[in-house]
Design a protein around this ligand. Structure first.
Ligand SMILES: Cc1cc2nc3c(=O)[nH]c(=O)nc-3n(C[C@H](O)[C@H](O)[C@H](O)COP(=O)(O)OP(=O)(O)OC[C@H]3O[C@@H](n4cnc5c(N)ncnc54)[C@H](O)[C@@H]3O)c2cc1C
Length: 475
């Protein structure tokens, strides 16, 4: 790092959000740098580990903006900030085209890998990761694209300081004027910058924060990602007077419980579709959540349980053969081939015995559920069952199956409050001069009671671009 580093813009974190902010800034003539805690060449971050699928609430980002806006409002049940929703739908297609112009390559999904609710023009970074259960990212689309953006940044005179951690912001009379950093080879020192973009990826890796906001037992929730987001950006923003949104939701999926100790069985397969077609039950054999709201919602519900390792996904032969095969990395058969536990029995009583679940509870729950599906009265079940994201179907054809589950937490949804230009807002809704935030460290777009998911990569791309453009425009 230069002796007296001074920049126009620095990004705190080198995932897609931070890298794109720094590179876009450099394109617009700013002197920019990424400050990244990871010291390896391919430092760990969720962006690099991701599957590279660009979507807006599972819709093709090239769809008309009004359609995308409705999808966001529907999935978040109106929770999304109108300014942020508008910003992302107005800029997502441009973001993809910008990435393409910078050399990123997109593949069209093979029809067999295509989710029914993602349009045929869905965008996925190439080369596409193979449909395997374990973490497989080296040389895949997201990794290749992140490296490409870094090379482009350096070609334009930007810098990437690895092995360097931002510890606090330099605030002068309410303006952010830079950051203080620590690193393996440097003591605390100051880097001055006219604009700072917080892009440190959320707080899922911070045990105390997870305990305060997401789960009574963080150690019983699987870290379904790099775990490198530890809430630093949010802490620094709060110290600078920023407003913080609700923090009680994360993006994640239901995983096989063996993922807690078997690295071959995460980040896939997800048990989301099996649970959404069947039942998510506790040790008493009682339902814990509205399965119709889908896997991201249920993963949060599992994490909030007093015993997050006490839930099981229960389904029948029909569900195992249709929903079980519906994903790119389908639980049928990968759950079993990767070493996951799947119990099977011809009666519910026998299944309960194998699962060490209360048999009377299981039989009573399934009977009441099947009756409600048949009579179209699922709304009167407790907890309510809806058909909002997945339609309920009877669990009636033996053999019956039980897959012990756990919550897989990828990245948090709440965080630093920003406006539609990625400017960090204070409690009065006024931008804090010089301070921006982008990606998973920000809140306000996703979450709410139904835990609506919009899309981590598109959020990182769009708000990374907007932060740089606003910083460049405001010079
Ligand atoms: C297995 C997996 C699959 C996924 N698939 C998809 C997908 O297909 N589509 C999709 O939309 N989303 C997907 N996601 C989610 C998506 O990857 C994230 O939402 C997104 O990448 C977040 O980007 P980011 O730049 O905000 O954070 P990150 O990529 O996490 O980057 C944050 C960076 O900040 C650094 N950092 C943290 N604190 C500091 C500090 N104090 N100082 C300096 N640096 C710091 C970290 O080391 C890290 O490198 C997936 C995630 C995973 C794990």
């Amino acid at each position: 790092m230069p002796g007296d580093a001074e920049y126009d813009l620095v990004s705190v974190g080198g995932g897609f959000a931070g890298m794109i902010a720094a590179y876009r800034g450099a394109q617009l003539g700013l002197r920019t740098a990424v400050i990244e805690r990871g010291s390896e060449d391919a430092y760990r971050c969720n962006s690099r580990f991701s599957g590279g699928l660009m979507h807006i609430s599972y819709k093709d980002p090239a769809n008309p903006a009004e359609e995308l806006l409705s999808a966001i409002n529907e999935i978040t049940e109106g929770h999304a900030s109108p300014a942020l929703a508008k910003a992302i739908v107005s800029n997502c297609k441009r973001g993809l085209e910008w990435l393409q112009a910078e050399g990123a390559r997109f593949a069209r999904l093979d029809p067999s890998m295509q989710r029914a609710d993602i349009g045929s023009r869905a965008w996925i970074l190439a080369p596409v990761r193979p449909p395997v259960t374990h973490l497989e990212w080296k040389g895949r689309g997201a990794d290749v694209t992140l490296r490409l953006l870094e090379q482009n940044l350096v070609k334009r005179g930007g810098a990437v300081h690895r092995g360097t951690s931002v510890s606090s912001l330099v605030m002068e009379q309410g303006h952010c004027r830079g950051v203080r950093v620590v690193g393996s080879d440097i003591a605390v020192r100051t880097i001055r910058a006219s604009a700072v973009v917080l892009a440190d990826g959320g707080f899922q890796g911070n045990r105390e924060m997870a305990l305060s906001h997401l789960t009574p037992k963080p150690e019983a929730v699987k870290q379904r990602g790099a775990g490198t987001g530890v809430g630093d950006g949010m802490r620094m923003a709060r110290e600078a007077g920023a407003d913080i949104t609700a923090l009680n939701a994360f993006y994640g999926h239901i995983l096989c419980r063996d993922a807690m100790h078997n690295d071959r069985i995460w980040p896939y397969p997800q048990l989301d579709l099996l649970a959404a077609a069947g039942l998510l039950l506790n040790r008493e054999g009682r339902r814990i959540a509205d399965e119709g709201l889908g896997g991201v919602f249920m993963a949060n519900a599992i994490a909030r349980e007093a015993d997050p390792l006490g839930t099981t996904v229960v389904f029948d032969e029909v569900i195992w053969h249709d929903s079980g095969r519906a994903a790119a990395v389908a639980p049928n058969p990968t759950l079993v081939t990767a070493g996951g536990t799947l119990h099977k029995a011809n009666t519910l009583a026998e299944l309960a015995h194998k699962l060490e679940m209360n048999a009377t509870g299981l039989e009573g729950t399934v009977a009441a559920y099947n009756a409600a599906v048949a009579a179209a009265t699922i709304g009167s079940l407790t907890p309510v069952r809806s058909n909002k994201r997945r339609k309920a179907q009877q669990v009636i054809v033996p053999p019956f199956y039980g897959a012990p589950a756990c919550a897989g937490m990828t990245n948090t949804m709440g965080g630093v409050r920003i406006d539609g230009n990625a400017r960090v807002l204070d409690a009065n809704g006024t931008p804090i001069p010089g301070l921006f935030a982008a990606g998973a460290t920000t809140g306000g777009l996703e979450g709410g009671p139904a835990v609506g998911y919009v899309g981590g990569l598109m959020k990182a791309v769009v708000f990374g671009l907007l932060a740089a453009e606003c910083a460049a425009g405001g010079r």
